[in-house]
Design a protein around this ligand. Structure first.
Ligand code: ZN
Length: 325
């Protein structure tokens, strides 16, 4: 099996302590990048030509959470707000979910799987229209939201362990562990496959993530009880500051106890992103991407720069509803 450790070198490390942003910058960028390599010959040339765009913009949906009303709920779904085994029972159609729960309630508890289906339809339409700017923007965004759906703690109201005295576990699982320990991962997920039922595919991802919530929380709790807070935390240099963070030993022991879970979820997420991109392309009529403008337009680049300035100006202390802790 191929190792994709070399790709890690291509992804700029960002060790800033992140708030509840799935996979952190590191993971999101890695995932969009890996997904490109799953694509078939008819797509890979165009996507490789834009791999830097897809990498850098993999984190844009998180950056705009505080800026764009309605953005925050697109990143998670608190499955356990809806009772036992709700992941199997929630309406798959957004309109049906709105009819049952009301939109306010849905937005409070997150809408990630429904949002992925919406973007699937938009990206399919962008391929039909052969619109490079929209294809790229929606591909980058879609990669982000699918990756979010593959993070167990994005499927529970106890998203940062705040209900069980484990505050900080979100960043530990999705940022600290992959940043520290992913160099030896085997992240090759094979060729992208067509998804006959994209709705079912993204709900399967949510079901799979939610099934992992118990072990994510339980192993951390067990390990904390065994080693105590002294060994659990340590200080590390970040820039010219010493930051209190999970110690390397604790992170490694937790990672070992999870028995490959982070690696499996990363591999699964990159494969699923590739599957969705491929499915949109097929459903959009498999356009010949060699005939498209093969980079974002100047207008789109300027729009991205404007948006980056606006998001940078939003105070980090601002808050968006849901999964911000
Ligand atoms: Zn996110």
């Amino acid at each position: 099996m191929k190792k994709y450790g070399f790709l890690l070198l291509l992804v700029p490390l960002c060790l800033v302590a992140l708030r509840a942003q799935a996979w952190g910058f590191f993971g999101h960028r890695l995932l969009n990048r890996l997904a490109v390599y799953t694509l078939p010959p008819g797509m890979i040339g165009f996507y490789k030509a834009n791999i830097e765009y897809l990498t850098v913009n993999a984190t844009r949906p998180d950056s705009r959470r505080l800026l764009v009303p309605g953005e925050a709920p697109k990143h998670f779904l608190d499955v356990d707000r809806y009772g036992d085994s709700a992941e199997f029972k929630l309406p798959r159609k957004y309109a049906d979910a709105v009819a049952r729960y009301g939109e306010d309630s849905l937005l409070r508890h997150g809408i990630v799987p429904w949002n992925v289906v919406t973007i699937k339809n938009q990206l399919t339409a962008a391929f039909k229209a052969k619109d490079t700017d929209r294809i790229l923007r929606l591909s980058a965004d879609m990669g982000h939201y699918i990756a979010d759906a593959c993070v167990p703690l994005h499927t529970t109201r106890n998203y940062n362990g705040q209900l069980t005295g484990q505050r900080g576990i979100h960043g530990l699982w999705e940022s600290r562990l992959p940043e520290l320990l992913s160099a030896d991962y085997d992240l090759f997920s094979g060729r992208a496959e067509y998804l006959p039922d994209p709705t079912d595919a993204i709900w399967k991802a949510v079901i799979r993530s939610h099934a992992a919530v118990d072990s994510v929380l339980r192993f951390e709790k067990q390990l904390t009880a065994e080693v105590g807070d002294d060994q659990k935390f340590g200080y590390e240099e970040r820039g010219n500051k010493a930051i209190r963070t999970y110690s390397r030993d604790f992170s490694k022991a937790y990672h070992a106890r999870l028995n490959g879970q982070v690696e499996r979820q990363l591999r699964y997420a990159s494969g699923l992103i590739g599957d969705f991109w491929f499915t949109c392309w097929v459903d959009g009529g498999s356009p010949d991407l060699r005939q498209l403008q093969n980079a974002p337009s100047l207008a789109e680049q300027q729009r991205l720069e404007r948006e980056a300035k606006e998001t940078a100006a939003v105070p980090a202390a601002g808050s968006a509803p849901g999964h911000d802790d």
